[in-house]
Ligand binder design. Structure first.
Ligand SMILES: *Cc1c(COP(=O)(O)O)cnc(C)c1O
Length: 366
């Protein structure tokens, strides 16, 4: 038997989550966000499973988009940060990638395209996140430049919400209002109907007015809710990634004895401690606090001692039938990534996305 650490990727859960996202916004097209290796789930497998379900994929770079083409995925792809150089724009146009343009430098790059090389451009509007995008008062000007450029095919107006996961935060309403104003300015000045894209997962779920022609769900497709508080969504989602390993050692630890590097955990009573073959080298967060829940044989145990590179130790005192080879779930179908993330001061997004190469993947196919 080889080292038992692995993640299982359930493509049926992925498709069900995608259909759920679409059911919330049935008149919209779905741009499935599969950047960062599909949030650590494996971009190629995820794209192959979704190519019949969605209209388009979104990634962060030309490299990520090219990998899809090299694996035979021919759906349109949106580059969320646009092109980083004029050379990239030529490739993007040849490959039928759509590009975000969020600054003037990217608009200037258009001159490298020949008249026969056309491209769809998504204008990114900064409605308050202040990370990427044109200020609202510049957008009419950018739109008219793009309309005048022979190389530009369709133009889509987009923005990104910064607090859509906070369901009572009025800032989202303000972003939506600014965006609506910006859209109206263009529509009246140019007498066009402007296709738009606003919503990420939290927007699709919690902000009906953020749903538009194109939605951009990411995390919810993977069955992880974007909401850390007031979660109304998780019960509708099925976790796609389940991270598992096995117990490889068991010992009695006497009251007062300590476990692991730094001796950070001492037994308050005579205890039974199980060692599990998973550590930060496998994607388990090193800063998971003492007490972080771990499932062993379906029962909840608590992390005790520091997380090592290849191992963790869990307190299994009083649990039933724990042996060497007992099954351990770190997160997934039966223990939510978001719950573990809270114990590690992070969010489910980060836990699944930073899964390293060495962790074996098993795919449950459609
Ligand atoms: C990552 C990303 C998304 C997806 O966000 P989720 O919260 O994962 O749904 C949507 N739009 C943009 C611009 C992004 O960068």
């Amino acid at each position: 038997m080889s080292r038992p650490t692995e993640i299982t990727i359930d493509l049926n859960a992925l498709v069900a989550n995608t259909q759920y996202a679409q059911s919330l916004s049935p008149d919209s097209q779905t741009v499935a966000v599969i950047k960062a290796d599909a949030y650590g789930h494996g971009a190629i497998e995820i794209a192959k499973a979704l190519q019949q379900q969605v209209t388009m994929f979104a990634v962060s770079s030309l490299e990520e988009a090219m990998e899809l083409r090299e694996q035979g995925i021919m759906l349109p792809v949106l580059l969320l940060e646009g092109c980083f150089s004029a050379d990239e724009l030529i490739i993007a146009s040849n490959q039928r990638f759509s590009v975000v343009m969020h600054n003037h430098e990217q608009v200037q790059m258009l001159h490298v395209l020949g008249i026969e090389q056309r491209i769809d451009v998504w204008i990114k509007v900064d409605t308050g996140m202040h990370r990427l995008g044109f200020p609202i008062e510049k957008v009419v000007d950018v739109f008219s430049q793009l309309k005048a450029a022979a190389q530009v095919d369709n133009v889509i107006l987009m923005t990104h919400l910064s607090v859509a996961d906070e369901q009572h935060n009025p800032f989202t309403e303000s972003q939506l209002n600014h965006f609506a104003q910006c859209r109206k300015n263009i529509e009246t000045q140019f007498d066009v109907a402007m296709p738009c894209s606003i919503a990420n997962s939290a927007g699709i779920s919690a902000w009906p007015s953020a749903r538009s022609q194109w939605n951009r769900p990411g995390i919810m497709l993977y069955g992880v809710s974007p909401f850390m508080h007031d979660d109304t969504m998780q019960s509708q989602l099925q976790p796609v990634m389940t991270f598992t390993s096995k117990v490889i050692a068991l010992r009695n630890v006497l009251k007062g004895e300590s476990v692991g590097y730094g001796n950070t955990w001492q037994a308050k009573e005579d205890s039974v401690v199980a060692t599990v073959a998973v550590g930060y080298g496998d994607g388990y967060p090193r800063n998971a606090k003492l007490g972080t829940p771990v499932l062993v044989n379906g029962q909840r145990a608590k992390l005790c001692g520091r997380v090592s590179m290849d191992m963790i130790t869990i307190d299994v005192t009083g649990l039933i039938d724990i042996k060497i080879d007992s099954e351990v779930e770190l997160w997934g179908k039966n223990l939510l990534a978001n719950e573990v993330a809270t114990w590690a001061n992070t969010i489910g997004y980060e836990l699944v996305t930073r899964m390293p190469k060495r962790t074996r993947r098993r795919i449950i196919s459609l």
